[in-house]
Design a binder for this molecule. Structure first.
Ligand code: ATP
Length: 376
C-alpha cells in the first residue's frame, strides 16, 4: 500500500486560525466519505505567537522539518492583534512575512498560480453581465525578477541620496515559467473541450485556449524583449494554443473592461503580484481567492498553498472570515497530492453552497457547515 502523503497545517495569524479550522473540518469530512490517503499535522509556526514566545517566526530547523511533508497548507501571516489591545505584538512585515519568502525561495517554488473564476452567487463587482464568465488562471514568476532584493542606498537621508533596486531575469526561469503557462493552457483546453469557448488571439484570430504574456517592454525592453522572444519560441511547441501580449498597464485596464477575454495569463513577479490581486476581485473578492506556490517540475520539496488574503486583523477572532478562499486553496492542494476527485467534490461543494446562499451575511461557521452539507 502506498505511504500516506503528509500535509502540514500552518494556521499562522489572525483569520488564518479560523479558516484553517474550517479546512481541517472539511478535510475530515472528505476523508470520511472516501479515505484520502493523507495524514496531517498542526504546526504552531510560523506565527506571530511563536515569535512572541521564541523570538523568531519559526524554529531554526524549520526548513528541514517542512521537507518531511508533501504540501504545506497555510492560513495567513502577520497579526498585530486587535487595535484596542494595549499589548499588541506588532512585527514589521519584513519579519512576519519572511517565512513565506523562505518557503518560496528555499523550496524552489518558482510558480505562483491564482485561478480566478467567478462562481455563481459570488459578489460580481463589474456591471457588465459578461463578467460572470470570468475564468482565468494568472501565473506569476516567483523566484526572481523585480523581487530579488538587490540594490542599495547611498548617502542615506541626505539630499544626495541614491537608491538602486536591481531586477534580474534569467532565460532559464523565463523558459520554465512560460512553458508551464502553455502546459496549463493545454490542460484547461482539454478539460473544457475545444468548442466550449473561444478567445481572440494575435496569431490565430480565434482559438479555444490562449496564453497572454504580460510585460512592459516599451519601457523595460531588456527583459521585456527576452520574455517576448522566449514566448514566441515556446508558443511554436503548442500550435493549438493562441497567443496574446499585453503591456501591464493595458492589462490592468482590460482586466476591468473585458476580463472574460483572458484565459491563462503569465507575468513577472511584480506584475503578477499586482494582477493577481485584481483578478481576486474579479472572482468575488479576497474571501474567495485561492493561491498556490509550486515547483511544476518536481515534487521533491513540498508545495505551499495559501489563500490570497492576509490575516485580516480588522475581522480576526470574530468568526466573520469567509473560509471559501481557504477551501478552494485546499482543493488546489488536494489536486497537487493526487486527490483530484476529492478536490473536484470540494470545489463543487463550495460552488453549491455559494449559489444557494447568495447575498446572505454568513459567518465562518455557516459557510463551513454549508460546504460540509453540500459534500453530502
Ligand atoms: P496582507 O498585507 O497580509 O495581505 P491586508 O490587510 O492588506 O493584509 P487582508 O488581510 O487580506 O489584507 O485584508 C484586506 C481586507 O479584506 C480586510 O478588510 C479584510 O477584512 C478583508 N478580508 C480578507 N480576507 C477575508 C476573508 N477570508 N473573509 C472576509 N473578509 C476578508
Amino acid at each position: 500500500m502506498a505511504e500516506p502523503r503528509r500535509i502540514a497545517l500552518m494556521p499562522g495569524d489572525g483569520i488564518g486560525q479560523e479558516v484553517m479550522a474550517a479546512a481541517a473540518e472539511v478535510l475530515q469530512a472528505l476523508d470520511k466519505q472516501t479515505p484520502l490517503g493523507l495524514t496531517w499535522d498542526w504546526l504552531e509556526w510560523p506565527s506571530t505567537d511563536w515569535h512572541r514566545r521564541h523570538g523568531e517566526m519559526m524554529p531554526a530547523d524549520a526548513m528541514t522539518q517542512v521537507q518531511a511533508y508533501d504540501a504545506l497548507l497555510m492560513g495567513a501571516l502577520g497579526d498585530p492583534g486587535p487595535l484596542s489591545d494595549a499589548n499588541r505584538y506588532c512585527l514589521p512585515d519584513s519579519v512576519s512575512l519572511s517565512p513565506l519568502l523562505q518557503f518560496r525561495k528555499g523550496l524552489g517554488l518558482w510558480a505562483c498560480e491564482r485561478p480566478a473564476r467567478l462562481l455563481p452567487g459570488a459578489p460580481q463587482y463589474l456591471a457588465d453581465e459578461r463578467a460572470a464568465e470570468v475564468d482565468m488562471l494568472v501565473i506569476r514568476e516567483n523566484s526572481e525578477g523585480e523581487y530579488v532584493n538587490q540594490g542599495g542606498r547611498l548617502h542615506r537621508g541626505t539630499a544626495d541620496e541614491v537608491a538602486t533596486q536591481l531586477e534580474v531575469f534569467t532565460r532559464r526561469a523565463t523558459e520554465r515559467l512560460i512553458r508551464h503557462a502553455f502546459v496549463r493552457a493545454r490542460e484547461r483546453l482539454e478539460a473544457r473541450g475545444a468548442d466550449a469557448r473561444h478567445f481572440h488571439c494575435a496569431d490565430k484570430g480565434r482559438a479555444g485556449a490562449q496564453v497572454c504574456l504580460i510585460t512592459k517592454r516599451n519601457a523595460q525592453p531588456y527583459w521585456g524583449d527576452m520574455y517576448t522572444e522566449v514566448f514566441a519560441e515556446i508558443a511554436a511547441e503548442f500550435p493549438e494554443i493562441g497567443v496574446h501580449h499585453e503591456l501591464v498597464d493595458a492589462a490592468c485596464m482590460k482586466f476591468v473592461q473585458c476580463p472574460w477575454t483572458f484565459d491563462v495569463v503569465v507575468a513577472s513577479n511584480l506584475h503578477g503580484d499586482i494582477l493577481t490581486d485584481l483578478a481576486a476581485v474579479l472572482s468575488g473578492g479576497l474571501g474567495l481567492a485561492p493561491s498556490c506556490n509550486i515547483n511544476p517540475d518536481s515534487r521533491a520539496m513540498p508545495a505551499l498553498f495559501e489563500p490570497t488574503h492576509g490575516s485580516a486583523p480588522d475581522i480576526a477572532g470574530q468568526g466573520l472570515a469567509n473560509p471559501a478562499a481557504m477551501l478552494l486553496t485546499t482543493a488546489l492542494m488536494l489536486d497537487w497530492v493526487g486527490c483530484a476527485q476529492a478536490a473536484e467534490r470540494l470545489r463543487q461543494a463550495v460552488a453549491k453552497d455559494l449559489a444557494t446562499t447568495a447575498g446572505q451575511r454568513r459567518t465562518c461557521r455557516d459557510v463551513t457547515a454549508g460546504v460540509i452539507a453540500a459534500l453530502h
